[in-house]
Design a protein around this ligand. Structure first.
Ligand SMILES: [Zn+2]
Length: 387
């Protein structure tokens, strides 16, 4: 609702201005008189594909802060419509009007940086933000915009610096965010084979934010590469303790570490712990496979049936139906096969992950939501249709 209001206010104001222009009203107050001509003005604004009306700029010559704010809102609207050229023209014209004061000037700089960013002119956007930062105005917004730029460029080292400056400006800690940047650097070093550096960077992440599950996941993977299986098991246990919802993402690797550590007691204890509670589908599926290897198919099947009855899911039902194919009598087998095919196609269309902030749906774990850009907000979907 607030978003809608935010959108409608500048539209309404601009529509009022257009209506005022049409009626020949001379007084600035008419700008806000949009109630009777709202739809007419809105249509004109949204359908208008011509040049930016000169009157918009002329209004700045003889009006004050209210009109400047409306121009800022209108520029924002143009940008959202994808009309970046008009947005830039409008915001640059505001910057020329020094008589409008520092507040309008800094707001126009911030909007102009967003215009350049939308146009893909990242260097210009950064330059504009640096100009704004030098003025000492709107620093949290300026550093916030700079941070988004850095993230988009995947320049994580600079992002850490900007985040620390943002911490100083606002007084609010950004430990979790900075830890994620270190994790990005660590993951990059790991993928390039610089394992010692990757380990140091993951440690740096934990130094920033000791509850960083991703850093433990990276350290577990690095420990596996070093054949330090017990250490990997410890890090995977930390991941579960910090973010239990990520168990489906680490269960295969965790069992792999336990099997390679050759600590049979630890493996048994882990299986017992899983058996004594309800689990996500992926945890059940993997554990069933391990039990089958060490205790046989009958024990594994009993574990599986108990688990899927405790926490029903489409994926569990699909696996159970597939099990029935081989033990069905001739004549019934085709019917079971139809059920399996239907379940396969239903599950195939279901996303596996969802962002808790914006609702983005996907099929892989993103540490930073591709839609709303929040960190650590995407997680496996839990429930009948998911895990
Ligand atoms: Zn999101």
């Amino acid at each position: 609702m607030l978003n809608l209001l935010w959108f409608l206010l500048p539209v309404a104001a601009a529509a009022g201005w257009i209506a005022a222009r049409r009626s020949g009203a001379a007084k600035p107050e008419a700008f806000w008189n949009y109630s009777t001509n709202f739809h007419e003005g809105l249509n004109e604004l949204l359908n208008d594909s011509g040049e930016l009306p000169d009157e918009l700029f002329d209004k700045l010559n003889d009006s004050g802060k209210d009109t400047a704010e409306t121009h800022l809102a209108l520029g924002n609207l143009y940008r959202r419509r994808g009309d970046i050229k008009r947005a830039i023209l409008l915001h640059e014209s505001l910057l020329d009007k020094t008589e409008l004061g520092e507040q309008v000037h800094s707001a126009a700089l911030l909007e102009l940086a967003a215009d350049y960013d939308s146009a893909g002119l990242l260097d210009r956007s950064e330059e504009t933000l640096r100009t704004l930062i030098k003025t000492g105005k709107q620093l949290p917004e300026a550093y916030g915009a700079m941070l988004i730029l850095r993230e988009r460029e995947r320049d994580w080292t600079s992002a850490i610096d900007v985040a620390r400056e943002l911490e100083q400006v606002t007084g609010d800690a950004r430990h979790s965010l900075i830890a994620n940047y270190y994790c990005e650097l660590s993951a990059s070093a790991k993928s390039q084979g610089y394992l010692a550096e990757a380990r140091e960077l993951a440690d740096d992440a934990l130094e920033q934010h000791e509850a960083c599950a991703r850093a433990h996941m990276l350290l577990a993977e690095l420990a596996m590469k070093d054949n330090q299986y017990n250490l990997a098991v410890e890090h995977y246990a930390k991941v579960e303790a910090l973010r239990p919802e990520l168990m489906p993402d680490i269960i295969d690797s965790r069992f792999n570490a336990l099997l390679k550590s050759e600590d049979e007691q630890a493996l048994r204890d882990f299986i017992d712990r899983i058996s004594s509670r309800k689990n996500a589908y992926s945890v059940v599926r993997t554990t069933r496979g391990i039990i089958e290897k060490i205790d046989g198919a009958d024990v594994a099947d009993r574990f599986f049936k108990k688990q899927i009855l405790q926490r029903p899911s489409l994926k569990g039902l699909r696996d159970w139906a597939h099990d029935q194919i081989s033990i069905s009598k001739p004549g019934e087998r085709e019917k079971v096969q139809v059920i399996c095919t239907m379940l396969d196609s239903v599950i195939e269309d279901k996303p596996s992950y969802q962002c808790g902030r914006c609702g983005f749906l996907g099929n892989q774990l993103h540490w930073r939501c591709p839609s709303c850009n929040n960190w650590d907000s995407v997680q496996p979907i839990i429930g009948v249709e998911g895990e």
